[in-house]
Design a protein around this ligand. Structure first.
Ligand SMILES: Nc1nc2c(ncn2[C@@H]2O[C@H](COP(=O)(O)OP(=O)(O)OP(=O)(O)O)[C@@H](O)[C@H]2O)c(=O)[nH]1
Ligand SMILES: [Mg+2]
Length: 238
C-alpha cells in the first residue's frame, strides 16, 4: 500500500521543516511526501528541494512557475501521485493547522470509506481555542454559506485535510476543477458526493497556523462567492 501526502506551499519555509519531521516521526515506511510549491519568494521551494534530495523517493518537490492558488497545486500533486502508483492520497496544509498525527486515523477510516474528511464541525472536532469570537463566526458563516449555495453535504465543507483511495481520484475529472482558493475544498467534496463515493467525516482539532502568514485574500473570498453557486447548478459532475 503506497501512501502519498500532498502539501501545497506558498511561503511556508518556517513550517516545512517541522511538518516533514512530524510526518517522518509517524514511522510509516510506505508514506511519500509530495510538496507542490508555487515559486515562493521566501525560499520554500529550495528548502523542499534540499529536503527531497536527501530523502530519495520518500519525498518529491514539484515546482510551479508562479502563485496560481492551492487548487491547481493540489491537482498537479494528485496527478503526480497517481502517476507514481500511489494507492492512497492524503491532502493537507503546510502550516501545521492539520496535525500529521491524525494520518494513521485517516488510514484506519479508509478501510471502510472511499474518502475521509477531517472535520472541525462534527462532535469531537474543534477550532483553535485561541480563536476570537469574530474568527469563529466568520469560519462558521463561510462554511454554512458554502454548504447552502453549493449543496455539499459534509459538515465541514471547506476542510483541506482529506484522504482518498486512488480509485476516487482516478474517477474524478481532474481537468474540470476550477477553484483556486478554499472553494476548491468544497468543489472536491461535492464531486465525491455526486459520484456516490462513501465519504466519512472524522473529527479533528484545527490548530491556528504556527508561523508565517495566511494566504486568505479578498480574491479568494470573491471566488467562493461566485463559483460556489455555479457548482450547484453545473449539470456535469467533475
Ligand atoms: N502551491 C500553493 N500553495 C498555496 C497557495 N495558497 C495557499 N497555499 C498553501 O495552501 C495551504 C493553505 O493555505 P493557508 O494560507 O494556510 O490558508 P488558510 O488555511 O485558508 O488560512 P489560515 O487559516 O489563515 O492559515 C498552505 O499550505 C499554503 O501554503 C498557492 O497559491 N499555491
Ligand atoms: Mg492555514
Amino acid at each position: 500500500m503506497k501512501i502519498a501526502v500532498v502539501v501545497p506551499t506558498y511561503n511556508e519555509a518556517k513550517n516545512l521543516g517541522s511538518l516533514v519531521s512530524r510526518i517522518e516521526a509517524l514511522g510509516i515506511p510506505a508514506l511519500r511526501l509530495i510538496v507542490v510549491d508555487d515559486n515562493s519568494p521566501d525560499g520554500t521551494g529550495e528548502l523542499a528541494e534540499r529536503l527531497a534530495r536527501s530523502r530519495g523517493d520518500r519525498m518529491t518537490a514539484l515546482h510551479r512557475e508562479s502563485k496560481k492558488g492551492l487548487g491547481p497545486a493540489y491537482i498537479d500533486g494528485f496527478r503526480h501521485a497517481l502517476k507514481d502508483g500511489m494507492d492512497i492520497v492524503i491532502q493537507m496544509d503546510a502550516d501545521l493547522s492539520h496535525a500529521p498525527e491524525y494520518i494513521p486515523l485517516f488510514l484506519r477510516r479508509l478501510e471502510t470509506a472511499d474518502v475521509v474528511v477531517g472535520s472541525r464541525y462534527i462532535v469531537g472536532g474543534a477550532v483553535d481555542r485561541r480563536w476570537s469570537l469574530l474568527r469563529r463566526f466568520l469560519s462558521r458563516f463561510g462554511n454554512l454559506y458554502t454548504r447552502l449555495v453549493s449543496g455539499v453535504q459534509v459538515r465541514d465543507a471547506t476542510s483541506g485535510f482529506k484522504a482518498f483511495h486512488r480509485r476516487v481520484l482516478e474517477e474524478l475529472n481532474l481537468d474540470r476543477f476550477r477553484c483556486r482558493g478554499f472553494a476548491f475544498q468544497a468543489e472536491v467534496a461535492l464531486a465525491c458526493e455526486r459520484r456516490n463515493f462513501r465519504v466519512s467525516e472524522m473529527p479533528i482539532y484545527f490548530t491556528d497556523r504556527a508561523m508565517g502568514r495566511s494566504k486568505m485574500s479578498w480574491m479568494i473570498v470573491w471566488e467562493a462567492l461566485w463559483r460556489l453557486p455555479q457548482l450547484r447548478w453545473s449539470p456535469q459532475a467533475h
